[in-house]
Design a protein around this ligand. Structure first.
Ligand SMILES: [Zn+2]
Length: 386
């Protein structure tokens, strides 16, 4: 088997943030050795470069089309086909694993694993499960149709009551969901109900329990307001998505229950002037509270709220919001892998792990201009043609 030797570069230890000189040897889809003075059959000169683990985006939407396209108003096939350039853009930026936060169906994952299209490893949630009137409840006054998907690959996500919540989870899993996405508040984009509690503790606990029964699946909860985040943490959510308006009680509940925070700062920090009034400041304050309390944080972009080409901006926002560069890189690598249950396989440069690697120009940790520093990307041992 060919040993590919990445030599003469610096290597990031994602967990500690330490950088050390060293070589990395890849065989097929795996990292097989990391150390000094290694040998190989084929050399990749990494002089002047920093080798980091492939990035993991815990919250994106790969079937929503380019920023500005309304996915509710295009034919079904256009949504799936729009993932082709989106996935390619993400992979070329070094994003090698993605958790889709709704919109992609199992056919997109099949297309990637079959090699029909190029893309990161894709974890699916299909649609966002929620109660009557929740964000995922797409009905006539808003869209001109009762259920715009009307598609068995993206099942009906609406339920009321705990038993109906279990049934919604079962529908999602039947159609191929790896994660269950739940909405607990309204939406920033629609500008309504961001502090609401759109489901009860019993409903959410039933959903988390049902997901757990099915292969230990877990729940990601869309929650802007503090009360929804607190309720979701207590009801067994694995991660709170957005968490724009957290408070002490919310971050306390998250620490107590081991709940992750996926802040998707790009939503408010990439263009703060056009973010809903006060939200950019509130989001940074939520980060400060979460960091001070010791909440675990994982990277998610919420693309295409911002264009897919800006996905790595999320790291500079995380760094600026208090994590620093090493902390931001950790949220996008080993900590993201921990949230997604993939830490045995991904998120670090270590023997036995998948050969998901990004070679960055220059050896600095600095996250301010990552997309221009990406020189080479390896995904499952294959070099991505950039
Ligand atoms: Zn989202």
């Amino acid at each position: 088997m060919t040993r590919r030797l990445l030599h003469s570069g610096s290597i990031l230890d994602a967990d500690s943030g330490d950088i050390r000189a060293g070589d990395v040897v890849l065989e097929a889809d795996r990292i097989v050795e990391v150390g000094i003075g290694l040998d190989g059959d084929e050399g990749v000169d990494c002089a002047g470069s920093l080798i980091v683990p492939g990035f993991i985006d815990c919250h994106t939407h790969v079937c929503f089309g380019p920023a500005g396209m309304d996915p509710l108003r295009v034919p079904r096939s256009a949504r799936a086909l729009s993932s082709v350039p989106a996935l390619q853009t993400l992979l070329r930026l070094g994003v090698t694993t993605v958790r889709d936060a709704w919109g992609a169906d199992a056919g997109v994952r099949l297309a990637i694993t079959s090699g029909w299209i190029e893309g990161p490893d894709l974890l699916l949630s299909l649609r966002q499960v929620g109660t009557t009137g929740a964000i995922g409840d797409v009905w006539a006054p808003r869209t001109g149709t009762l259920d715009f998907f009307d598609d068995p690959s993206l099942p009906d996500p609406i339920f009321d009551g705990a038993d109906a919540g279990r049934a919604a989870v079962r529908r999602m899993i039947r159609a191929g969901a790896d994660w269950i996405k739940v909405t607990a508040t309204g939406s920033m984009a629609l500008g309504t109900g961001v502090h609401d509690l759109q489901l009860t503790f019993d409903e959410l606990a039933a959903i988390a329990d049902e997901a757990q029964r099915r292969g230990g699946r877990r729940v990601m909860v869309h929650a802007h307001g503090a009360r929804a985040a607190e309720l979701a943490a207590r009801a067994g959510a694995a991660s709170i998505e957005h968490g724009t308006y957290l408070d002490d009680a919310a971050v306390g509940a998250m620490v107590e229950n081991g709940t992750w925070y996926v802040p998707t700062l790009s939503v408010t920090q990439s263009d703060p002037e056009h973010a809903p009034s006060g939200s950019a400041e509130a989001h940074r304050e939520s980060m400060r509270l979460a960091i001070d309390a010791g909440v675990r944080i994982a990277m998610g972009t919420d693309c295409p709220v911002r264009p897919y080409s800006e996905a790595l901006w999320e790291l500079k926002h995380l760094a600026a919001a208090g994590l620093g560069d090493a902390g931001a890189l950790r949220t996008a690598t080993i900590d993201a892998a921990r949230l997604l249950g993939l830490a045995d396989e991904r998120g670090e440069i270590a023997p036995g792990k998948r050969a998901d690697l990004v070679i960055l120009e220059g050896s600095a940790l600095d996250c301010s201009d990552l997309e221009h520093r990406v020189r080479q990307v390896f995904h499952n041992g294959t070099e991505i043609n950039r």
